[in-house]
Design a protein around this ligand. Structure first.
Ligand SMILES: Cc1ncc(COP(=O)(O)O)c(C=O)c1O
Length: 400
């Protein structure tokens, strides 16, 4: 009898962690490594949010809470949805989890039966397919193309839906491409979903506030109110508020789904950290003034990276609408050889050789379900980015 469960054997180890481990090993060996793999802002958490956490500790707000969050935070979340997305929710329709990740996982665990299919546009955030597998479902990837700026079309969505489809996972702006769907592009997808009432929509809006060049964020339940009753709108404070380590995410949806998610959470982790919940109340209710300057910084860095990578022969780098990632194609470099004699057959070879030869750590595209590409996170200093781009340029110029 196998000690490990059959379910776990369906899940692959995280390729992003593999890259990070390799980068850390090189660093420990004294190499000058520039990490462009991390999916978190390099900014510190704003002071007012930290102060709210300290005040919560001082006031003794350090005990268990309701499993899916304090009422004050649920109210702040309802106010956020009304203010920013024109969506009306009541606190009983809100679930607060330990990071955005837990809400997605709870929802899938609470709803998937063996054989249920979940449509995931590729390239995708690495965790979606594995979470679906852990919950017993079948991920169905729908490949977006670089030519369509990494966005899937209505026709592709229509073709992927079967009687077994339970969820469609939507993520805009996206990890790993930064692609953001305009209102019209999203409406084309929601029109398809309106024709298939058995399909639920999980919208992962984690990068809502990280958008550039006037991109107007929109979310499915807002674009098509007819989908409100079968949409789980997920978001969190991790990225825009530079709170990745605080572990607070939230989701809003139909009461029966939220109750089912609460059941999963109450028998697994119970409430997210109480102190972090009070900090998140301040994040949502307090000043939002730091968002604009942070975005200016991200936009400057995006432009710097896109310009430098686009100038490289063999690389195509679309300009993304949001998040803090770019996802260049290396189609023009496949088949070439490094000056150490390593042949670049695919994007994993490229990322490994780049790390070994130049110390620049990026994540290869196969990890996100679309090759040959690599993901750069530009959530690091301008100096690091300039140096990393210079090294990538030199490395590519040396390929024969
Ligand atoms: C698209 C997307 N959704 C959700 C998450 C999870 O966020 P959290 O750290 O709040 O769990 C991430 C984190 O990288 C992400 O990129």
């Amino acid at each position: 009898m196998s000690f490990l469960s059959d379910t776990l054997s369906r899940v692959k180890p995280s390729p992003t962690i593999a890259v990070t481990t390799m980068a850390n090993e090189l660093k420990a060996a004294g190499r000058d490594v520039i990490g462009l793999g991390a999916g978190e802002p390099d900014f510190d958490t704003p002071q007012n949010i930290k102060d709210a956490a300290v005040a919560a500790i001082a006031a003794g707000k350090t005990k268990y809470t309701a499993p899916d969050g304090i009422i004050e935070l649920k109210q702040a979340i309802c106010a956020k949805f009304a203010r920013e997305n024109g969506l009306t929710y009541e606190p009983k329709q809100i679930s607060v989890g330990t990071g955005g990740k837990q809400n997605l996982y709870n929802a899938l665990t609470a709803t998937l039966n063996p054989g249920d299919e979940v449509i995931i546009p590729a390239p995708y955030w690495v965790s979606y397919p594995d979470m679906v597998l852990l919950a017993g479902g079948e991920p169905v990837a729908v490949e977006a193309t670089l030519e369509n700026n990494f966005k899937i079309t209505a026709e592709q969505l229509e073709a992927a839906i079967t009687p077994k489809t339970k969820w469609f996972i939507f993520n805009s702006p996206s990890n790993p491409t930064g692609a953001g769907y305009s209102h019209d592009e999203l409406k084309a997808l929601t029109d398809v979903l309106m024709k298939h009432p058995h399909v639920w929509i999980m919208s992962d809006d984690m990068y809502e506030h990280l958008a550039y060049d006037g991109f107007e964020f929109c979310t499915p339940a807002q674009v098509e109110p007819g989908l409100y009753d079968r949409t789980l709108t997920c978001n969190g404070v991790s990225k825009a508020y530079a709170m990745t380590g605080w572990r607070i995410g939230y989701a809003a949806g139909p009461e029966k789904l939220i109750a089912a998610m609460r059941k999963v959470q109450s028998q697994s982790t119970s409430n997210p950290c109480t102190i972090s919940q009070w900090a998140a109340v301040e994040a949502l209710n307090g000043t939002q003034d730091f968002l604009a300057p942070n975005n200016e910084t991200f936009k400057r860095r995006r432009d710097l990276v896109v310009e430098a990578l686009s100038a490289i022969d063999g690389i195509t780098c679309p300009v993304p609408e949001g998040a803090f990632y770019v996802y260049p194609s290396i189609k023009g470099l496949i088949g070439k050889t490094t000056d150490k004699g390593v042949k670049i057959e695919n994007d994993e070879d490229f990322a490994k050789a780049l790390l070994e030869d130049t110390g620049v750590a990026v994540v290869f595209g196969a990890a996100f379900g679309l090759s040959p590409n690599f993901r750069v996170s530009y959530a690091t200093s301008d100096e690091n980015l300039k140096e990393a781009c210079a090294r990538i340029t030199k490395f590519c110029a040396g390929l024969k």
